[in-house]
Design a protein around this ligand. Sequence first.
Ligand code: FES
Length: 124
Amino acid sequence: MSSPSKSGQWIHVGTVDRLDESGAAITFDIDQSRFLGGFVIKRGDQVYAYVNRCPHNGSRLDWVPGELFDESGEHLICATHGAVFEPETGKCVGGPCINQALIPLAVQLKLQNIYVEVLPSLLS
Ligand code: FES
């Protein structure tokens, strides 16, 4: 979880009770006109958010909204060509974009509410 910056816009994306260790995720829109979105996941006590865009060719990771983990539940997986990512870092550890990474988004929790920071650079 991160501190807010002065330049970002914080958006409410849901509540922590929608996330669990089995791989449940929350997806949300960042810029509907460009089909740009993000997702939030929970690992242990930590909540992570990323732009839902694969570094390989820019596809969303999920075919089915909110289904982002592989069968093992250990890695995020891109449904297009199978790149796998570490949930805690967003780093690609297998597939066509190995060693590239998802774009992380800052997260803040207030009580059970999850807020994600959208930087202006994502909206331009
Ligand atoms: S678009 Fe994600 S692996 Fe190709």
